[in-house]
Ligand binder design. Structure first.
Ligand SMILES: NC(=O)c1ccc[n+]([C@@H]2O[C@H](COP(=O)([O-])OP(=O)(O)OC[C@H]3O[C@@H](n4cnc5c(N)ncnc54)[C@H](OP(=O)(O)O)[C@@H]3O)[C@@H](O)[C@H]2O)c1
Length: 320
């Protein structure tokens, strides 16, 4: 089968299309004939070599999520799965390939009306948005800021906050065009990456959902209202400055909360329940998925170049 591997860590030119044996599903796993593979921000982080400490080696097949039809099952898995169209989480590897294996616990049947591309634009990221807002104890009427809203986590977080009757749904983006598209999804205010948005911009927020992190994180912590809650879900902008802990303690008298959140810590059945409900919402048109572009699998390097250039709104999807 055709698969995309990291031949050399670094720029997207290090991605290569190779022929690999079709993986054999282990006990508890299914084999999925890939119809669509999602290209995520974390794939770019792995490709750059930033996660070398986690043991990624040359020859690594990228990709965390696919949609397609189950073509075989491992021992202990109900054969009734064979032939069903599913979304599947493949871990941190294996998705950019014509066939991919996944634990049956991480597989969900697709509802009628949801395409494979839509499923991989929502499957992994939608639950992050949902549980991050839950972790932030977001309630009706509150002012929410989604920092780094143009990615698939932010796109869902904006819609969920708007649907939850937030008083304000502000977003950060570097592009006026993406700002307009986020408004169409429910954002009420568009700020630049520094958090500036002109005289109409809200000054304080009850909740911040942050995909970015990085050196500006303390500035956004300072924008929380008393009793505000900050939930960090990503680090695409890198680590916060070394004095971040001091800045956090300086906010003591405003009773702020700062949390990190990873959907890995949510019990699998809870994740699947939320994902299933989001898929049903998306199939009905009640939750919008944003597919930036669909490219052939062998264009994975081009997809990564677009991500690195900051040109992507939503998800790039690869099809074999
Ligand atoms: N917590 C979890 O469970 C979980 C699960 C999956 C992934 N993640 C993490 O989430 C992140 C990816 O999320 P995503 O796919 O939604 O985002 P993304 O598409 O990678 O990026 C979202 C947006 O952030 C903005 N951005 C990029 N670099 C920035 C910078 N240096 N400073 C400020 N803004 C910047 C860009 O928009 P503009 O150019 O418009 O500003 C970009 O479109 C990764 O860190 C990944 O590890 C977390």
């Amino acid at each position: 089968m055709k698969a995309v591997v990291i031949e050399r860590f670094g720029d997207p030119g290090g991605l290569e299309v190779v022929d690999l044996p079709v993986p054999v599903p282990a006990p508890g796993q299914v084999l999925v004939a890939t119809e669509a593979a999602g290209v995520g921000g974390v794939d770019a982080v792995i490709r750059r070599g930033a996660l070398a400490a986690y043991g990624f080696r040359a020859g690594h097949v990228l990709g965390s999520e696919v949609a397609g039809r189950v073509s075989a099952v491992g021992a202990g898995v109900d054969r009734g799965w064979i032939g069903r169209r599913v979304w599947a989480f493949t871990g941190l590897s294996g998705g950019y390939a014509e066939q991919a294996v996944a634990s049956v616990d991480d597989v969900l049947e697709l509802p009628e009306g949801l395409t494979g591309a839509e499923a991989v634009a929502l499957g992994g990221s939608g639950v992050v948005a949902h549980f991050a807002l839950e972790r932030a104890r977001f309630t009706v009427g509150e002012a929410v800021l989604v920092r780094g809203a143009a990615g698939s986590i932010g796109i869902t977080a904006v819609q969920l906050a708007a649907r939850g009757d937030a008083g304000v749904v502000a977003v950060t983006t570097s592009s006026a065009g993406r700002g307009e598209r986020l408004k169409d999804l429910g954002a009420t205010h568009v700020l630049n990456r520094a958090g500036e948005g002109g005289p109409e911009a809200p000054t304080g927020f009850d909740v911040v959902i942050d995909v970015v992190g990085g050196p500006r994180l303390p500035q956004f912590l300072d924008r929380l209202n008393p009793n505000g809650r900050y939930v960090a879900v990503g680090v695409i902008g890198g680590q916060p400055p070394a004095d971040f802990g001091v800045r956090l303690m300086d906010s003591f008298r405003r009773s702020l909360s700062f949390a990190t959140f990873s959907s890995d810590t949510v019990p699998g059945p809870d994740r699947q329940a939320v994902r299933s409900s989001q898929f049903a919402d998306a199939a009905r048109g009640d939750l919008r998925t944003v597919v930036h572009e669909v490219l052939p699998l062998d264009q994975a390097a081009a997809a990564h170049r677009e991500m690195d250039a900051g040109e992507v709104f939503g998800r790039v999807v690869l099809v074999p």
